[in-house]
Design a binder for this molecule. Structure first.
Ligand code: KIV
Ligand code: ZN
Length: 510
């Protein structure tokens, strides 16, 4: 099958809040999911997979809030091929606009033998029955054949034919373990199209993982063969090595229209803001050389390249940074800026906040603007994360005093509010951060293990906000916390407490 007529529409299905949230260490609360959901709405995705409602009450609530609040796009939720899962998924999404139930079961022999312990006939029956049951709730049902790329293709065709007859309007062919190679994957999609008699009655979708770094390439190869829905995540986050990155797929289509004459509904100028928001709220730092949204994606280091770009941008840039909303290093606010200007800039960055939330951000903005002459978008994003989007706090930093320097043993005194009551602890450590963490650990009585501690200067200059990421593990739960402050020790303690709040949230709700 060759290229389709020009300007065919590709449906962009974003699963940042479901598969993306399955990234190790990521756990988003309802408020964070709502912020990302609103930003995805602005970005123009067609479908948001908001979560897996049966997995936890927190997931259920997040999906329900998104379904109730977002308009102009479809909200979907994942459900195994079981009635109970489907009931709960439907309950969560039913108030949404054109709610879609997404049910799945594995089709590969490996999964059948070791995971499901079922025969192909049993799986076929379960898939058909699940879709029929889901179709009783909604005319919009997606079915995924998990591990499709390692399945017997004739079996997948048989399952797809049965579920389409049972009411599936989208059938999804996932490369669940990121095993496919682009030309091989293209051949599979071609085979499915040619050997599933009723395939024209459903949208054919693909969902590619990035274990071999080929997710985006596989998605593009599938589009070429007739896939018309692509399942992606912002920044490519997701299980293990992640999913195909939305920004990569969309910008490849846009940049290479000569080879990919398709349209998406994405407003690409919101890509950078969305990427930053997702990175900030998930704690998944974007690698510097990441395509499209990495810090270095538009940085030209060698003299020859810099000279070329200054003479003519297109010598070394295939994308105009403005097209993805990159306002490189643009100064946006200073200490004389008022509340109104702050609100407008936050909206530009994708944050829709209540008056009370703006007030909170404004107070810390003024404090930062007093210390730093220039306040950049990244600083504002960090303030929003600090003041508004944090997990509802069980533990809150009240004060911190550290004594350090050469020749003395570092000590920290930390005051933390725990469930509304203030407590204080003093501790020594190898350095001031170690001392402060030890004091916090004693106060909170945590036995969590520190897996990662990373410091990043958000903008240049010694007055930059320091952003700290902390990853903790406790009883098998892994969480990431972030904190930002011009004082690096304060930022570290904030990040630690943020992670501890997430652990508490996970234990309570997940
Ligand atoms: O990777 C996968 O197969 C999935 C399915 C549930 C669609 O995430
Ligand atoms: Zn997946």
């Amino acid at each position: 099958m060759g290229k389709m007529s020009s300007s065919e529409r590709i449906i962009v299905f974003d699963t940042t809040l479901r598969d993306g949230e399955q990234s190790p260490g990521v756990s988003l609360n309802v408020e964070e999911k709502l912020q990302i959901g609103r930003q995805l709405e602005k970005l123009g995705v067609d479908v948001i997979e908001a979560g897996f409602p049966i997995a936890s009450p927190g997931d259920f609530e997040g999906v329900q809030r998104l379904a109730r609040e977002l308009r102009g796009l479809e909200i979907t939720a994942l459900a195994r091929a079981r009635e109970k899962d489907i009931d709960v998924a439907w309950e969560a999404i039913k108030d949404g606009e054109n709610p879609r139930i997404h049910t799945f079961i594995a089709t590969s022999d490996i999964h059948l033998k070791y995971k499901l312990k079922k025969t192909r006939d049993q799986v076929l029956d379960m898939a058909r029955a699940a879709v029929k049951y889901a179709a009783g709730y909604s005319g919009n049902v997606e079915f995924s054949a998990e591990d499709a790329s390692r399945s017997d293709l004739d079996f997948v065709c048989k399952v797809f034919e049965a579920v389409i007859d049972a009411g599936a309007t989208t059938v999804n062919f996932p490369d669940t373990v990121g095993y496919a190679i682009p030309w091989d994957f293209a051949g599979m999609i071609r085979y499915i199209k040619e050997h599933t008699p009723n395939i024209h009655k459903a949208v054919l979708s693909v969902h590619c993982h990035n274990d071999l770094g080929l997710a985006t390439a596989n998605v593009l190869a599938a589009i070429e063969q007739g896939a018309r829905q692509v399942e992606c995540t912002i920044n490519g986050i997701g299980e293990r090595a992640g999913n195909s990155a939305l920004e990569e797929v969309v910008m490849a289509i846009r940049t290479r229209r000569d080879l990919l004459p398709y349209e998406t509904g994405i407003s690409t100028q919101h890509i950078v803001a969305t990427s930053r928001m997702v990175s900030l709220l998930t704690g998944m730092v974007v690698q510097a050389n990441k395509a499209i949204v990495g810090n270095n994606a538009f940085a030209h280091e060698s003299g020859i390249h810099q000279d070329g770009v200054l003479k003519e941008r297109t010598t070394y840039e295939i994308i105009d940074p403005k097209d993805i909303g990159l306002s490189q290093g643009l100064l946006i606010l200073g200490k004389h800026s008022g509340r109104h200007a702050l609100k407008a800039k936050l909206e530009e960055l994708g944050y829709r906040l209540s008056d009370d939330e703006i007030d909170r951000v404004f107070v810390s903005f003024k404090a930062i603007a007093d210390k730093k002459k220039e306040v950049y978008p990244e600083d504002l994003e960090a303030l929003v994360a600090e003041q508004v989007l944090r997990i509802p706090d069980r533990y809150r930093l009240v004060y911190l005093h550290v004594a350090g320097g050469s020749g003395i043993r570092p000590a920290a005194t930390v005051g933390v509010e725990i469930d509304g009551k203030e407590a204080q602890e003093v501790s020594m450590g190898a350095g001031p951060i170690d001392a402060a963490f030890k004091a916090v650990a004693k106060l909170v009585k945590t036995h969590s293990r520190l897996l990662r501690f990373a410091v990043n200067s958000i903008t240049g200059g010694t007055d930059a906000l320091g952003e700290v990421t902390v990853r903790l593990e406790e009883d098998g739960h892994v969480v990431t916390g972030q904190g930002a402050d011009p004082d690096i020790i304060t930022a570290s303690v904030r990040a630690y407490l943020n992670a501890l709040n997430r652990l508490h949230y996970m234990e309570e709700y997940k």
